[in-house]
Design a protein. Structure first.
Length: 140
């Protein structure tokens, strides 16, 4: 008998306790595979948007980012589908990693965009206050 009061009675009898396998749950991967078409669609849209940005000189500075995201989404879609169809856990993990990276990039860019918008709104607010203050002072 074990000295551990919290031990399972089956564990004390020496029977093996089944541990969850570290492998992938293919039901979850199947759910991801249901949206691989949308991943490809979003990837293509991002690539087209990036190319349109790159047409201009100023847009070329930032145009590579949507192209990169589009390539990641397309590769994630391909890896997820191929890994699921071939029951290849490594290929599925590569697809999940690429999908996760693209989501992180979009999240960081969204956060940067929100910060820039708040700064611009504050600048506009200060300009309005200064202009209204200058206008009120000129009427005296």
């Amino acid at each position: 008998m074990s000295d551990n009061p919290y031990a399972s009675p089956h564990a004390a009898a020496g029977s093996a306790i089944a541990k969850p396998s570290p492998g992938l749950d293919y039901a979850t991967v199947a759910s991801l595979c249901n949206v691989t078409g949308w991943l490809k669609f979003l990837g293509i849209l991002n690539i087209v948007a990036g190319v349109m940005y790159c047409i201009t000189i100023v847009g070329a500075v930032f145009g590579w980012i949507p192209i990169w995201i589009g390539i990641l989404l397309n590769n994630a879609s391909t890896s997820l589908r191929a890994g699921y169809d071939g029951r290849n856990e490594q290929v599925v993990r590569v697809g999940i990693d690429k999908l996760a990276l693209s989501i992180k990039i979009v999240g960081i860019l969204t956060l940067i965009g929100l910060v820039i918008n708040v700064v611009i709104m504050l600048i506009y607010a200060v300009m309005i206050v200064l202009l209204l203050g200058a206008g009120a002072a000129s009427t005296l």
